[in-house]
Design a protein around this ligand. Structure first.
Ligand SMILES: C[S@@+](CC[C@H](N)C(=O)[O-])C[C@H]1O[C@@H](n2cnc3c(N)ncnc32)[C@H](O)[C@@H]1O
Length: 215
């Protein structure tokens, strides 16, 4: 999966060009722009930074992370306020920006189009180690795709653990099998039950958003 996104870096944002998705994309940008006012944000799997211009507008500081330098290079070429942005290569499963026991500067986190790539058996541990990087009471925002039959890339295989996979093609003709799960609100509520409060879920036509606060 990481190699697929590195190879896809230069063509990644074509996925946001689909005309029928524009109203949802505009609504998400508007909503993200309101979520991080005066917050110090840790973003996981920033990718090419498609949401950065909207999401960072009112934030105090924004730490971008991704496992692939190729995608962060695309983000760095955007017209952004680099006085408050920083970029770091980091594996989303091994975030070590804040040493254990140290107070966290991050009072917010964002991951867009990432959670759907987390294997079912790693969801709980991924959330736990994300939360371990954040200050008590931090706001967490996840946003991702809904599966829309006839529009989303079909699931071509389901493994023994129940993870779905899509076969995706790049412009060089290469094909890649990519893990893609579509969580339900009920699954997220169970995962977050002991760690989160004020859970807010929005369902758009093609995307969902989840906002919650840590205890
Ligand atoms: C679907 S893209 C999402 C990018 C961006 N957040 C967005 O909404 O457009 C998934 C991103 O996850 C990154 N990625 C894949 N595996 C990762 C890992 N283990 N740790 C951190 N980033 C990873 C890829 O490089 C890619 O940029």
């Amino acid at each position: 999966m990481p190699r697929y996104y590195a190879q896809r870096a230069r063509e990644y944002e074509q996925v946001f060009d689909r005309p029928h998705r524009q109203p949802n994309i505009a609504a998400i940008k508007r909503w993200l722009g309101e979520q991080f006012t005066d917050r110090q944000v840790l973003e996981v799997a920033t990718g090419t930074g498609f949401w950065l211009p909207a999401a960072t507008a009112r934030a105090l500081s924004w730490q971008c992370t991704d496992i692939n330098a190729e995608v962060l290079e695309v983000a760095k070429a955007k017209p952004l306020d680099f006085t408050k942005l920083s970029f770091r290569l980091a594996d989303a499963y091994a975030l070590d920006l804040v040493p254990a026991g140290s107070p966290s500067p991050f009072d917010a986190a964002f991951a867009g189009l990432w959670f759907s790539h987390v294997p079912l058996q790693r969801r709980a541990s991924w959330l736990a180690q994300l939360h371990a990087q954040l200050a008590p009471g931090a706001v967490v925002i996840l946003m991702d795709n809904r599966f829309v039959a006839g529009d989303s890339t079909p699931i071509s295989r389901v493994d023994a653990e129940g993870n779905g996979y899509q076969v995706r093609s790049l412009s060089d003709g290469s094909q890649h099998e990519v893990l893609k799960n579509f969580p339900t609100l009920e699954q997220l509520q169970v995962l977050l039950a002991s760690q989160a409060r004020d859970i807010e879920w929005q369902e758009l036509d093609y995307f969902w958003t989840l906002k919650y606060r840590l205890h």
